[in-house]
Ligand binder design. Sequence first.
Ligand code: KIV
Length: 273
Amino acid sequence: MLTVPKIKNFSKDEKLIALTAYDRPSAISADKAGVDIVLVGDSLSNVILGNENTTSIGMKEMTYHVTAVSKFINSSLIVADLPFGSVQSGLQVASGHACELIRCGANAIKIEGGEEVLELVEHLTKHGVPVMGHVGLTPQKVEQIGGHLVQGKTAKDSKRIYKEARSLESSGVFSIVLECVPMQLAKKITSDTNVPTVGIGSGPCCNGQILVFHDLIGWHQGKFKFLKKPFGDVSREINNAISSFSESVKKGSYPSADESWSISEDLIEDLEQ
Ligand code: KIV
Protein backbone atom coordinates (compact mmCIF):
# COMPACT_ATOMS: atom_id res chain seq x y z
CA MET A 1 0.00 0.00 0.00
CA LEU A 2 1.46 3.33 -1.03
CA THR A 3 1.44 5.89 1.79
CA VAL A 4 1.82 9.66 1.98
CA PRO A 5 5.31 9.48 3.60
CA LYS A 6 6.46 7.12 0.83
CA ILE A 7 5.30 9.60 -1.81
CA LYS A 8 6.78 12.57 0.02
CA ASN A 9 10.14 10.80 0.06
CA PHE A 10 9.83 9.46 -3.46
CA SER A 11 13.21 9.22 -5.16
CA LYS A 12 13.55 12.02 -7.67
CA ASP A 13 15.00 9.44 -10.09
CA GLU A 14 11.72 7.53 -10.23
CA LYS A 15 8.50 8.64 -11.92
CA LEU A 16 5.20 8.82 -10.07
CA ILE A 17 2.22 7.57 -12.03
CA ALA A 18 -1.14 9.14 -11.21
CA LEU A 19 -4.54 8.68 -12.81
CA THR A 20 -8.09 9.77 -12.07
CA ALA A 21 -10.80 7.24 -11.22
CA TYR A 22 -14.45 7.86 -10.54
CA ASP A 23 -16.16 4.50 -10.21
CA ARG A 24 -15.68 0.73 -9.88
CA PRO A 25 -14.29 -0.04 -13.38
CA SER A 26 -11.82 2.85 -13.44
CA ALA A 27 -10.72 2.19 -9.82
CA ILE A 28 -10.10 -1.52 -10.44
CA SER A 29 -8.22 -0.80 -13.69
CA ALA A 30 -5.98 1.87 -12.15
CA ASP A 31 -5.23 -0.13 -9.02
CA LYS A 32 -4.50 -3.36 -10.90
CA ALA A 33 -2.20 -1.50 -13.30
CA GLY A 34 -0.11 -0.40 -10.32
CA VAL A 35 -0.84 3.33 -10.53
CA ASP A 36 0.76 5.11 -7.54
CA ILE A 37 -1.91 7.77 -6.97
CA VAL A 38 -5.58 7.44 -7.83
CA LEU A 39 -7.23 10.86 -7.87
CA VAL A 40 -10.98 11.11 -7.47
CA GLY A 41 -10.84 14.37 -9.34
CA ASP A 42 -13.57 16.96 -9.62
CA SER A 43 -13.00 16.47 -13.36
CA LEU A 44 -15.78 13.92 -12.85
CA SER A 45 -18.02 16.96 -13.36
CA ASN A 46 -16.90 17.14 -17.01
CA VAL A 47 -15.96 13.54 -17.74
CA ILE A 48 -18.79 11.67 -16.03
CA LEU A 49 -21.58 14.21 -15.65
CA GLY A 50 -21.01 16.17 -18.87
CA ASN A 51 -20.76 19.65 -17.31
CA GLU A 52 -18.67 22.43 -18.84
CA ASN A 53 -16.74 23.13 -15.63
CA THR A 54 -15.71 21.55 -12.35
CA THR A 55 -17.57 24.33 -10.55
CA SER A 56 -20.86 22.51 -11.19
CA ILE A 57 -20.26 19.89 -8.52
CA GLY A 58 -19.80 19.92 -4.74
CA MET A 59 -19.49 17.63 -1.75
CA LYS A 60 -22.54 15.50 -2.64
CA GLU A 61 -20.93 14.28 -5.86
CA MET A 62 -17.42 14.02 -4.38
CA THR A 63 -18.46 11.91 -1.37
CA TYR A 64 -20.52 9.64 -3.65
CA HIS A 65 -17.60 8.93 -5.99
CA VAL A 66 -14.87 8.76 -3.30
CA THR A 67 -16.96 6.14 -1.49
CA ALA A 68 -17.36 4.13 -4.70
CA VAL A 69 -13.69 4.28 -5.70
CA SER A 70 -12.30 3.52 -2.24
CA LYS A 71 -14.07 0.14 -2.17
CA PHE A 72 -11.90 -1.12 -5.02
CA ILE A 73 -8.43 0.26 -4.29
CA ASN A 74 -5.91 -2.07 -2.67
CA SER A 75 -2.52 -0.51 -3.26
CA SER A 76 -2.76 2.97 -4.77
CA LEU A 77 -2.96 6.12 -2.64
CA ILE A 78 -6.43 7.67 -2.92
CA VAL A 79 -6.49 11.46 -3.22
CA ALA A 80 -9.80 13.35 -3.37
CA ASP A 81 -10.36 16.84 -4.72
CA LEU A 82 -11.76 19.42 -2.32
CA PRO A 83 -14.54 20.72 -4.59
CA PHE A 84 -15.51 24.24 -5.56
CA GLY A 85 -17.40 25.95 -2.75
CA SER A 86 -15.34 24.47 0.11
CA VAL A 87 -12.38 26.86 0.28
CA GLN A 88 -14.73 29.72 -0.66
CA SER A 89 -16.81 28.98 2.47
CA GLY A 90 -13.98 29.55 4.92
CA LEU A 91 -11.50 27.56 6.97
CA GLN A 92 -14.01 25.78 9.17
CA VAL A 93 -16.28 24.56 6.36
CA ALA A 94 -13.32 23.57 4.15
CA SER A 95 -11.71 21.60 7.01
CA GLY A 96 -14.99 19.83 7.70
CA HIS A 97 -15.31 18.89 4.03
CA ALA A 98 -11.73 17.60 3.93
CA CYS A 99 -12.40 15.37 6.94
CA GLU A 100 -15.61 14.10 5.35
CA LEU A 101 -13.70 13.03 2.23
CA ILE A 102 -11.18 11.19 4.42
CA ARG A 103 -14.09 9.49 6.21
CA CYS A 104 -15.39 8.34 2.80
CA GLY A 105 -12.11 6.56 2.10
CA ALA A 106 -9.62 9.12 0.75
CA ASN A 107 -6.07 8.98 2.10
CA ALA A 108 -5.37 12.61 1.21
CA ILE A 109 -7.02 15.76 -0.15
CA LYS A 110 -6.02 17.86 -3.15
CA ILE A 111 -6.59 21.59 -2.87
CA GLU A 112 -6.34 24.03 -5.77
CA GLY A 113 -4.71 27.41 -5.21
CA GLY A 114 -1.77 29.33 -3.83
CA GLU A 115 -1.50 32.02 -1.13
CA GLU A 116 -5.24 31.93 -0.44
CA VAL A 117 -5.16 28.28 0.69
CA LEU A 118 -1.96 28.28 2.76
CA GLU A 119 -3.74 28.75 6.08
CA LEU A 120 -6.06 25.82 5.29
CA VAL A 121 -3.15 23.61 4.15
CA GLU A 122 -1.22 24.38 7.36
CA HIS A 123 -4.29 23.73 9.51
CA LEU A 124 -5.09 20.39 7.85
CA THR A 125 -1.55 19.04 7.71
CA LYS A 126 -0.99 20.04 11.35
CA HIS A 127 -4.08 18.01 12.25
CA GLY A 128 -3.23 14.87 10.29
CA VAL A 129 -4.94 15.44 6.95
CA PRO A 130 -2.39 15.03 4.15
CA VAL A 131 -2.70 17.63 1.39
CA MET A 132 -1.60 17.67 -2.22
CA GLY A 133 -1.22 21.15 -3.72
CA HIS A 134 -2.40 22.16 -7.20
CA VAL A 135 -1.07 25.26 -8.99
CA GLY A 136 -0.91 26.58 -12.54
CA LEU A 137 -4.25 26.12 -14.25
CA THR A 138 -6.73 25.74 -11.42
CA PRO A 139 -10.03 24.85 -13.15
CA GLN A 140 -12.15 25.87 -10.15
CA LYS A 141 -11.17 29.48 -11.02
CA VAL A 142 -12.15 29.10 -14.67
CA GLU A 143 -14.56 32.06 -14.53
CA GLN A 144 -11.83 34.37 -13.21
CA ILE A 145 -9.17 33.00 -15.57
CA GLY A 146 -11.52 33.22 -18.56
CA GLY A 147 -11.13 29.62 -19.75
CA HIS A 148 -8.96 26.52 -19.43
CA LEU A 149 -5.82 28.40 -20.43
CA VAL A 150 -2.12 27.71 -19.98
CA GLN A 151 -0.73 29.68 -17.00
CA GLY A 152 2.69 31.17 -16.22
CA LYS A 153 3.58 32.52 -19.63
CA THR A 154 4.53 36.00 -18.40
CA ALA A 155 7.34 36.89 -15.97
CA LYS A 156 4.81 38.07 -13.36
CA ASP A 157 2.62 34.99 -13.65
CA SER A 158 5.47 32.48 -13.64
CA LYS A 159 6.95 34.19 -10.54
CA ARG A 160 3.57 33.96 -8.82
CA ILE A 161 3.21 30.24 -9.60
CA TYR A 162 6.81 29.54 -8.51
CA LYS A 163 6.19 31.34 -5.20
CA GLU A 164 2.91 29.49 -4.70
CA ALA A 165 4.62 26.12 -5.14
CA ARG A 166 7.39 27.04 -2.69
CA SER A 167 4.91 28.35 -0.11
CA LEU A 168 2.76 25.23 -0.42
CA GLU A 169 5.83 23.11 0.25
CA SER A 170 6.57 25.18 3.39
CA SER A 171 2.94 24.80 4.47
CA GLY A 172 3.21 21.02 4.48
CA VAL A 173 1.91 19.57 1.19
CA PHE A 174 3.32 16.13 0.33
CA SER A 175 3.20 16.69 -3.43
CA ILE A 176 2.14 19.37 -5.92
CA VAL A 177 0.16 19.07 -9.15
CA LEU A 178 1.41 21.44 -11.84
CA GLU A 179 -1.34 21.89 -14.41
CA CYS A 180 -0.71 23.51 -17.79
CA VAL A 181 2.39 25.55 -17.05
CA PRO A 182 5.34 25.94 -19.46
CA MET A 183 7.81 23.08 -19.16
CA GLN A 184 10.72 25.36 -18.15
CA LEU A 185 8.73 26.65 -15.19
CA ALA A 186 7.73 23.09 -14.21
CA LYS A 187 11.39 22.04 -14.40
CA LYS A 188 12.50 24.90 -12.12
CA ILE A 189 9.76 24.20 -9.55
CA THR A 190 10.58 20.47 -9.66
CA SER A 191 14.28 21.03 -9.08
CA ASP A 192 13.77 23.59 -6.28
CA THR A 193 11.13 21.77 -4.22
CA ASN A 194 11.70 18.71 -2.07
CA VAL A 195 8.23 17.28 -2.55
CA PRO A 196 7.41 15.51 -5.83
CA THR A 197 5.66 17.45 -8.58
CA VAL A 198 3.02 15.71 -10.67
CA GLY A 199 2.44 17.33 -14.03
CA ILE A 200 -0.42 17.51 -16.48
CA GLY A 201 0.30 19.56 -19.57
CA SER A 202 3.52 20.77 -17.92
CA GLY A 203 6.21 18.93 -19.83
CA PRO A 204 8.49 15.99 -19.11
CA CYS A 205 10.54 17.25 -16.16
CA CYS A 206 7.97 16.77 -13.37
CA ASN A 207 8.54 13.92 -10.92
CA GLY A 208 5.33 12.28 -12.10
CA GLN A 209 2.50 12.62 -14.56
CA ILE A 210 -1.26 12.52 -14.12
CA LEU A 211 -3.97 12.07 -16.74
CA VAL A 212 -7.72 11.88 -16.69
CA PHE A 213 -8.70 8.21 -17.06
CA HIS A 214 -10.99 8.71 -20.08
CA ASP A 215 -8.43 10.91 -21.89
CA LEU A 216 -5.74 8.26 -21.46
CA ILE A 217 -7.85 5.38 -22.80
CA GLY A 218 -9.49 7.43 -25.58
CA TRP A 219 -13.10 7.22 -24.44
CA HIS A 220 -15.18 10.05 -25.93
CA GLN A 221 -12.79 12.79 -24.89
CA GLY A 222 -11.55 15.89 -26.70
CA LYS A 223 -8.13 16.65 -28.11
CA PHE A 224 -5.46 18.29 -25.96
CA LYS A 225 -2.07 19.79 -26.79
CA PHE A 226 -0.56 17.75 -23.97
CA LEU A 227 -1.96 14.44 -25.25
CA LYS A 228 -1.58 14.27 -29.01
CA LYS A 229 -2.62 10.65 -29.16
CA PRO A 230 -4.48 8.84 -26.35
CA PHE A 231 -2.79 5.65 -25.14
CA GLY A 232 -5.81 3.59 -26.19
CA ASP A 233 -8.88 3.72 -28.44
CA VAL A 234 -11.59 2.44 -26.16
CA SER A 235 -14.34 4.37 -27.99
CA ARG A 236 -13.66 2.30 -31.11
CA GLU A 237 -13.73 -0.94 -29.12
CA ILE A 238 -17.04 0.05 -27.54
CA ASN A 239 -18.58 1.03 -30.89
CA ASN A 240 -17.43 -2.27 -32.38
CA ALA A 241 -18.94 -4.22 -29.49
CA ILE A 242 -22.30 -2.41 -29.73
CA SER A 243 -22.47 -2.87 -33.53
CA SER A 244 -21.60 -6.52 -33.15
CA PHE A 245 -24.35 -6.99 -30.49
CA SER A 246 -26.86 -5.23 -32.70
CA GLU A 247 -25.98 -7.35 -35.79
CA SER A 248 -26.07 -10.59 -33.80
CA VAL A 249 -29.53 -9.82 -32.38
CA LYS A 250 -30.85 -8.85 -35.81
CA LYS A 251 -29.58 -11.99 -37.49
CA GLY A 252 -30.73 -14.21 -34.61
CA SER A 253 -27.34 -15.52 -33.48
CA TYR A 254 -27.59 -13.84 -30.07
CA PRO A 255 -28.63 -15.13 -27.63
CA SER A 256 -27.95 -18.78 -28.47
CA ALA A 257 -29.73 -21.72 -26.81
CA ASP A 258 -26.56 -22.18 -24.73
CA GLU A 259 -27.01 -18.68 -23.36
CA SER A 260 -30.65 -19.36 -22.38
CA TRP A 261 -32.40 -21.38 -19.64
CA SER A 262 -34.66 -24.24 -20.62
CA ILE A 263 -37.59 -26.25 -19.27
CA SER A 264 -39.27 -29.30 -20.73
CA GLU A 265 -41.49 -28.68 -23.81
CA ASP A 266 -44.29 -30.59 -21.97
CA LEU A 267 -44.56 -27.74 -19.50
CA ILE A 268 -45.08 -25.33 -22.36
CA GLU A 269 -47.73 -27.51 -23.93
CA ASP A 270 -49.53 -27.60 -20.58
CA LEU A 271 -49.69 -23.83 -20.34
CA GLU A 272 -52.88 -23.50 -22.32
CA GLN A 273 -54.65 -26.44 -20.63
O1 KIV B 1 -9.81 16.88 -11.32
C1 KIV B 1 -8.82 16.42 -11.92
O2 KIV B 1 -8.92 15.44 -12.67
C2 KIV B 1 -7.53 17.06 -11.71
C3 KIV B 1 -6.38 16.58 -12.54
C4 KIV B 1 -6.51 17.02 -13.92
C5 KIV B 1 -5.08 16.98 -11.95
O3 KIV B 1 -7.43 17.93 -10.90
